[in-house]
Write a protein that binds this ligand. Structure first.
Ligand SMILES: NC(=O)C1=CN([C@@H]2O[C@H](COP(=O)(O)OP(=O)(O)OC[C@H]3O[C@@H](n4cnc5c(N)ncnc54)[C@H](OP(=O)(O)O)[C@@H]3O)[C@@H](O)[C@H]2O)C=CC1
Ligand SMILES: CC(C)(CO)C(=O)C(=O)O
Length: 307
């Protein structure tokens, strides 16, 4: 299976490297700066699940290649339009497009660009970031990538993907309910990134405060109310389940949004919190905690020199 990973950042570099280790035919679509960096340093992953360093196959948007059987999209949400434009020449009629971005609204944009059939569902649970030399650093052991047909079917093509994803050092999981999985991850990340980024703290200290725990619970309640108003396929007990999950995470756990803020980089506030705030307004759902957190994130954006 010919696999194109779009972006060789935190998650693209990590999961792409794990597929390279098992001998899969992996190419990274990168931009000029990252290409030059990777040609110099190779793709380098530092991880509790095993370090790896190897020269990756690289292409840029202006080169001719493909079509690829599987295109794994690993950019940030604010880079989505550029990525869609750049992918087009590498996508054939039967290419599958697997997005791993946090959030949900990118699915509609991908379907609009590539059609219902080609777009799979996907998400990942991992903590990775690029260090100052472009090395992929994984900061906790979890490394799960979940994917599946949005219809839930076990099609021939998804079983081919499962074969290609087998035997790696990461946990690649085929899901028959990826639609719900994505909404649940969206809920988790909107709460987790909103709380940790707005409070500039890993999760541990926040939740030890009674007021911190109540704030997390209130935010989860608001987010679920909005999702239900949108008719999203979320489980009845999901707010309680996710509060329990957040209470049991490693105390040092941070979100990628928080790491991006620490580096002075752009964040996905509109794609994550902003999208649900808009929907809350449209459906008349009161979301005071979400609104406060979103305001804090937008102030960061307004004040950041890098944005
Ligand atoms: N990091 C994490 O721990 C987790 C992240 N996520 C989600 O995954 C997504 C990606 O996050 P993350 O990996 O941290 O982000 P990074 O910024 O580390 O990586 C994104 C990469 O995409 C590249 N890119 C952007 N546009 C293009 C393009 N048109 N062509 C080729 N390459 C492109 C960027 O390259 P360039 O250097 O050229 O800008 C960058 O290297 C986000 O939605 C995030 O929320 C989900 C779970 C965990
Ligand atoms: C919270 C976490 C690390 C879970 O994968 C995540 O998705 C993110 O920070 O973007």
């Amino acid at each position: 299976m010919k696999i194109l990973i779009v972006g060789a950042g935190g998650i693209g570099g990590y999961f792409g490297a794990r597929l390279m280790e098992t001998g899969q035919d992996v190419t990274f679509l990168v931009r000029e700066r990252r290409k030059a960096q990777l040609e110099k340093t190779e793709l380098h992953v530092e991880s509790v699940n095993g370090n790896m360093q190897a020269a990756p196959k690289l292409i840029t948007a202006k080169e001719k290649a493909g079509p690829y059987d599987l295109i794994v999209l690993t950019t940030k949400s604010y880079q989505l339009q550029g990525a869609i434009d750049d992918i087009r020449p590498f996508a054939g009629e039967s290419s599958m497009i697997l997005p791993l971005l946090n959030g949900i609204s990118h699915i509609d944009r991908l379907v609009e660009a590539f059609g219902e059939e080609r777009v799979l569902g996907g998400l990942c649970f991992i903590e990775t970031t690029l260090d100052e030399n472009g090395k992929v650093v994984q900061t906790s052991p979890m490394n799960q990538l979940v994917y599946g047909e949005r219809s839930g079917e076990k099609t021939e093509r998804i079983l081919e993907v499962e074969k290609a994803f087998s035997g790696t050092k990461a946990e690649f999981m085929l899901s028959e309910n990826i639609g719900q999985d994505m909404w649940h991850k969206y809920l988790f990340i909107t709460a987790m990134s909103g709380i940790t980024a707005a409070m500039a703290s890993p999760i541990g200290p926040i939740r030890t405060l009674e007021s911190g725990k109540r704030t997390i619970a209130a935010l989860l309640g608001e987010l679920v109310a909005v999702m239900k108003a949108m008719d999203a396929p979320v489980r009845e007990t999901i707010a309680e389940e996710q509060l329990e999950k957040i209470m049991s995470l490693g105390p040092d756990m941070k979100s990628s949004m928080q790491r991006d803020m620490e580096k002075g980089q752009p964040i996905e506030a509109d794609h994550l919190q902003g999208h649900l705030l808009e929907k809350a307004k449209a459906h008349n759902v009161a979301v005071p905690v979400l609104e406060t957190i979103y305001t804090k994130l937008k102030l960061y954006e307004m004040n950041s020199q890098n944005i």
